[in-house]
Write a protein that binds this ligand. Structure first.
Ligand code: HEC
Length: 111
C-alpha cells in the first residue's frame, strides 16, 4: 500500500504540468466561437499554430504534407506531439485543417 501512495505522490505534479497547457489551449480554442470550428485555418491558428508556429513543433506548412498523414498524426499523436480526440477536433474540422496545411504556402522567413 505504501508503494502505491508513493507512486501517486510522484505522478500528481507531472499530471498537473501536462494538464495545464491543454486547459489553456482548450479555453482559447473556443474563445471566439460556440464550440464549432469555423475552418481549417481557424483550427490551425487556434490549436496547431501554438506549437507549429513557435518552434515547439516543426514547420508543417508549405511542405505539401498529405492530409491523410496530418490526420493520422493528430488522432494518434507522434512522439512529442499529443493526440487530439474527435471530442476536441471533429472529423470534419480535422479534414479541413489537413487540407489547409497541405495547400498552405511556406511561412515567410522571419528576419
Ligand atoms: C502541444 C504542441 C503541439 C500542438 C498543439 C500540435 N502539434 Fe503537431 N507536433 C508537435 C511536435 C512537438 C511535433 C514533433 C514530434 C516529434 O518529432 O517528436 C509535431 C509533429 C507534427 C506533425 C509531423 C511533422 C513531420 O515533420 O512529419 C504533423 C503533421 C503535425 N504535428 C500536425 C499537427 C496539427 C495538424 C496540429 C493541430 C491540429 C498540431 N500538430 C498541433 C507539437 C504540437
Amino acid at each position: 500500500m505504501s508503494s502505491l501512495l508513493n507512486s501517486q505522490a510522484v505522478k500528481r505534479p507531472l499530471l498537473a504540468s501536462l494538464a495545464l497547457p491543454f486547459a489553456l489551449l482548450a479555453g482559447q480554442a473556443f474563445a471566439d466561437g460556440d464550440g464549432v470550428w469555423k475552418s481549417g485555418e481557424n483550427v490551425y491558428q487556434k490549436v496547431c499554430g501554438h506549437c507549429h508556429e513557435h518552434q515547439v513543433g516543426p514547420v508543417i506548412t508549405g511542405r505539401q504534407l498529405p492530409p491523410q498523414y496530418i490526420s493520422a498524426v493528430v488522432r494518434n499523436g507522434f512522439r512529442a506531439m499529443p493526440a487530439f480526440p474527435a471530442s476536441f477536433i471533429d472529423d470534419k474540422a480535422l479534414q479541413q485543417v489537413g487540407e489547409y496545411i497541405s495547400k498552405s504556402p511556406a511561412p515567410a522567413a522571419k528576419p
